[in-house]
Design a protein around this ligand. Structure first.
Ligand SMILES: Cc1ncc(COP(=O)(O)O)c(C=O)c1O
Length: 373
């Protein structure tokens, strides 16, 4: 490799290091998990794993690798039947599985909006949506987070067919989109609303679109399985025509190896397990209420498993995170470029398996830290 290229890369990395935003891979630490997306504890639930193991023992053919694109050798009867199962559970026409939510969003936004169309993006929408838009030739405009007036203003200015991208529960803010109002606004302007339910799926039934019975009024929903569902992968839920279009035109679906059967089997297993254990959602809400009752400042909704505690300033944020880690409490420090400079925050993720004593320890320490300001 050329030395000047390596020097450029090293320079970019040391710039990041100096600004305190260098990303590094660390293994999972033994300690108390306030940072993963495993809200319902399914990823670590032995009973859920045993159920899966029993069905794998009966169906060892599910361990076969993906082998190819779903349009070549990578499609299986199991994948199709799990997609039918998902569609029925969500009361939607069809479901299409993807290896990840990132790829599902890439597929939707790279291929549905056409050259003469406009995509309106909530300013805090996930990076996978932005990257999908980069692959499309449509015009893009951002609107202020959850601001219906600003969205309407943008709708009035958009050209061609209009697509609106939102999350039902925002991953870095822990607040909710006003879905009913957005659906009504989209309908008024003939726009197509696409809702990313990555963090709501499983926590609020099968997501907030399904909970509010808005399936018929949105264009598509993305649900992911690597968070509260304790598995991996994602599905797009929509009409059959949209799915057929994606199968024909979405490069992130066509030019990649299909999801292996093991993943599809795990997804169905975890739906079934969750249906048999609905108390998990109540347990989670109980923990969230307990956290909320401590009265810490938070940007997030009262029912959200993601609680964003403002901690502006890089040094202060690092100090808060380290102070908690010294007590084996692991949170996630949200820094630029993920959020704007000055709006740094500590993201506390709550789980069914967090005990009240652990939550109290965390909130006591954070309160004491805030009081030292
Ligand atoms: C809102 C949102 N959408 C999509 C994704 C991507 O999902 P996955 O992790 O399955 O690729 C994430 C994950 O970070 C997310 O938070």
């Amino acid at each position: 490799m050329r030395d000047d290229v390596l020097a450029l890369l090293s320079q970019a990395l040391s710039d990041r290091e100096q600004r305190g935003i260098l990303r590094e891979l660390r293994t999972r630490q033994p300690g108390i998990d306030f940072y993963s997306n495993d809200y319902l504890g399914l990823a670590r639930n032995n009973a859920c794993h045993e159920m899966l193991l029993a069905s794998l023992n009966d169906n060892p053919q599910w361990l076969r690798g993906g082998t190819g694109s779903r349009l070549v050798s990578g499609n299986s009867a199991l994948t199709l039947s799990v997609e039918d199962f998902i569609a029925a559970e969500h009361r939607t026409e069809r479901a299409l599985l993807f290896p990840s939510g990132y790829m599902a969003n890439m597929a939707l936004f790279s291929c549905l909006p056409g050259r003469n169309d406009t995509v309106l993006l909530d300013e805090f929408v996930h990076r996978s949506v932005l990257d999908g838009c980069r692959l499309s030739f449509a015009g893009k405009m951002r609107f202020q987070h959850n601001d219906l007036d600003h969205l309407e203003n943008r709708l009035a200015k958009s050209r061609g067919k209009c697509w609106i991208a939102v999350e039902s529960l925002y991953s870095m803010e822990g607040d909710f989109a006003p879905l009913h109002e957005m659906v009504a606004l989209a309908e008024r302007y003939g726009a197509s609303l696409i809702v990313d339910e990555a963090h709501a799926m499983g926590v609020f039934g099968y997501g907030l679109v399904c909970d509010a019975q808005l399936q018929e009024r949105v264009c598509a929903t993305v649900v992911t399985y690597g968070k509260a569902m304790g598995a991996h992968g994602a599905a797009i839920l929509s009409r059959g025509t949209v799915m057929d279009y994606l199968v024909n035109f979405a490069a992130p679906f066509i030019y990649t190896t299909g999801l292996p059967d093991l993943f599809a089997a795990t997804i169905r297993n975890n739906y079934t397990f969750l249906k048999a254990n609905p108390h998990l959602r109540d347990d989670l809400q109980d923990r969230i209420r307990y956290f909320f009752s401590a009265g810490l400042p938070t940007l997030s909704g009262a029912a959200s498993p993601v609680q964003a505690v403002p901690c502006p300033g890089m040094e202060r944020l690092a100090a808060a995170k380290e102070m908690l880690e010294a007590q084996s409490l692991f949170t996630f420090a949200v820094r630029p470029p993920t959020v704007k400079s000055g709006s740094e925050r500590l993201r506390v993720s709550l789980h069914t398996f967090n005990t009240k004593a652990e939550i109290q320890q965390l909130t006591d320490l954070l309160k004491a830290f805030h009081d030292t300001e």
